[in-house]
Design a protein around this ligand. Structure first.
Ligand code: SF4
Length: 364
């Protein structure tokens, strides 16, 4: 049971907060990159027999022209045909009916729309370029082509935003009735434009207390609207939890291809070269065997991102020891009410999710 992640690093413009492996779209590089990417996918032929999820992310995958996307889809058709969930990330302003027809033809059954905000000021601050109309068109093209499992990526805690902005974003997103919402708190990463603007006092840093209020408002509103809060930043309607992301959170294996991608196969984690020239010479930059101790820590840390937490029996089955023996700190966290043990599951109580960092750092 594995996932396949394919990275398309090209973007039309660079968002002010972006810390992902990406580069400005240069059509002269598209084919060269695609050839190399396909070569890398082929090199994992033996590891890709039991793929249950294909995820094409970026960057902005729909920056590639249709003929090149089609070429990529032809190469991975066998996986698209056999996996349960095929997701592609799309920027709304670049979604066309022809693209959605192609996605439908190749059995993409899930789309993740990079929206982040519906508010024009926030969209501008983030240096994104969609309009309300783009989002509306994207939804209607997707649905007209039978792609109805749609995730909206949203963000809160942007500088200069209030609880009212979050309320507006939620009202808009619910009006589109998506099946899944990923709602991340903005992280100001070093070396981004936003970081420099804050450092140079051009923009005020977001307020932490306000962020906490936003998070609890989001949780209650989305729950009220019928979404299940199943991971710290992810909400799904019944039956629409992301299969691909759950592979990561339950420490299952995945093959990652493309610049900056990482993978986890046969107990070895690898990460690919970030620069296009270095990637053209060699796919992998680093790889390391994950020790048993680190596997246990990852299992706890990632599992505790999910609302249902980790299953004690599953832990024992994997690691032949009880989690409370391996991590006596669990008992301390339970006494501080930052963890609870219920029906054989160890989890963070939902109202303490915003303090998740205090728990997760115990398992690093
Ligand atoms: S579209 Fe995504 S990958 Fe590209 S710059 Fe924006 S955040 Fe980064």
């Amino acid at each position: 049971m594995r996932g396949l992640y394919i990275h398309i690093p090209f973007c039309k413009t660079i968002c002010s907060y972006c810390d992902f492996p990406k580069r400005l779209a240069d059509s002269n590089l598209f084919e060269t990159y695609l050839n190399r990417l396909i070569e890398e996918i082929k090199s994992y032929k033996n590891e890709l027999n039991d793929i249950i999820s294909v995820y094409i992310g970026g960057g902005t995958p729909n920056v590639l022209p249709l003929n090149l996307l089609k070429r990529l889809f032809d190469e991975i058709k066998i996986y698209l045909d056999n996996s349960k969930e095929n997701t592609i990330e799309l920027n709304p302003e670049l979604v066309t009916n022809e693209l959605c027809e192609l996605l439908n033809e190749y059995k993409f059954n899930r789309v993740s729309l990079g929206i982040q905000s519906f508010e024009p000021d926030s969209i501008k601050l983030l240096n994104r370029h969609h309009t309300q109309n783009d989002i509306m068109n994207a939804f209607s093209y997707l649905r007209a082509n039978n792609i109805t499992n749609i995730n909206c990526d949203l963000m809160f805690g942007m500088p200069n935003t209030s609880l009212n902005n979050v309320k507006n974003d939620i009202e808009y997103v619910l009006s589109y009735n998506p099946t899944h919402i990923s709602y991340y708190s903005l992280i100001i990463e070093e070396h981004t434009k936003l970081y420099l603007d804050i450092k140079n006092h051009k923009i005020k840093e977001p307020d932490e207390d306000l962020e906490a209020d936003m998070y609890s408002y989001i949780n209650s509103k989305l729950k009220e609207a019928g979404f299940k809060h199943y991971e710290v930043s992810n909400y799904a309607k019944d039956g629409y939890e992301s299969i691909h992301n759950k592979l990561y959170w339950t420490c299952n294996e995945y093959v990652g291809v493309g610049i900056g991608a990482s993978g986890y196969i046969n107990g070895v984690r690898y990460s690919n070269n970030l620069g296009i020239n270095s990637y053209l010479k060699s796919f992998i930059k680093d790889s390391e065997e994950i020790s048993l101790e680190d596997q246990k820590k990852e299992f706890m840390m990632l599992g505790l991102r999910m609302l249902k937490g980790i299953n004690v029996e599953e832990y024992v089955k994997r690691f032949k020891n009880a989690p409370t023996i391996d991590f006596p700190v669990i008992n301390d966290l339970v006494s501080k009410e930052l963890l609870k043990i219920e029906n054989n599951q160890i989890k963070i109580p939902e109202d303490k999710f915003f303090l998740g960092n205090i728990v997760w750092r115990e398992f690093v």
